[in-house]
Design a protein around this ligand. Sequence first.
Ligand SMILES: Cc1ncc(COP(=O)(O)O)c(C=O)c1O
Length: 368
Amino acid sequence: MTKPDMRSCLQLIKPYQPGKPVEEVERELGLKGVIKMASNENPLGPSPLAVEAMKENVEQMHVYPDGNCYYLKEKLAAKIKVKPEQLIFGNGSDEIIACLAKTYINPGDEAVMVAPSFSQYDIAMHIMGGTPRHVPLTGKDFEYDLDAVLEAINEKTRFVFLCSPNNPTGTILRKQELERFIDKLPDSVMIILDQAYLEYASDPDHVTGLEYIEQGHPVISLRTFSKIYGLAGLRIGYGIAPPEVISEINRVRGPFNVNAMAQVGARAAIDDDQHLEQSRKMVNEAREQLTEGFAELGLKPVPDQANFCFVDLKVDSREAFQALLRRGVIVRTGDIFGFPTYIRLTYGTPEQNKRFLSNLKEVLDELK
Ligand SMILES: Cc1ncc(COP(=O)(O)O)c(C=O)c1O
């Protein structure tokens, strides 16, 4: 076929390998009740208030969404005590990452990020012809080394991506560390603080990001309704930043990038403190249950402040993945993060965790 050449910077992006829907896995393997503990979703589902609000609004779907998310913006701004002009919404926070790169990255520009971390940072940079620079997390607990991040910054650096709690390790950045880092950071570098799992972090020293934005630093905090709010299917996330930054990113945002149902669902979910509390409680209990279960198998997950854990199974995680899949449990393998004996496991309900643990025991006996 003759066609235009793909842009050369896209050669650096691995072709996307979509996972199969759970129903398809069940059909292929002849199984029922397959559980997915792979995508850091909330197994409790969405907030009942969000479900109710969406049902009430379904007959309004012939109307285009509000391109400015006016009511959602007002409501969220009041809740988290920022100005509405400091907020931007996206089709998931994924879209805001892409918009940031479109707004600020010229070919040859660089972004510093830790490894392992969320893959969309690399992709967003490559799409714009930019270069990601990776700084490894350190030690067995995958801690941030912000001095090493500083050393990796040069005159081409536009962004530093910091994910806290970090995907896939669940580790966090602490206020004192970030403060010292910001003081030394050149003014022309923006910090993209990805806080998709913020609501799960219980450490009082965990950064919120808002204090630095308030002080006028070029920081954007990215958050999402996909994780604790249980609305991943709606695709809605947001960024909080100084108004100048928001106004610049708005130039590249599509006119109706957040669908109307997502705006309705998110507005209602913001009010549901009970759902948030239940979700946190479930995750805290799951962490205890799984840590104990892993210990019985001689395994120790990386200490996390998220709704998932990263754990070294000490066997090939692709083989473990296949063996768990045959038993109806889907997890994320660590090879995609550069750690081929690790898996990332999303905390589930007590029954799901129990099932995972008994299956894992069988799988490890089989593979060792
Ligand atoms: C660290 C991190 N950031 C951002 C996202 C994107 O979330 P969404 O686009 O669903 O808002 C994810 C999703 O897995 C994530 O793990």
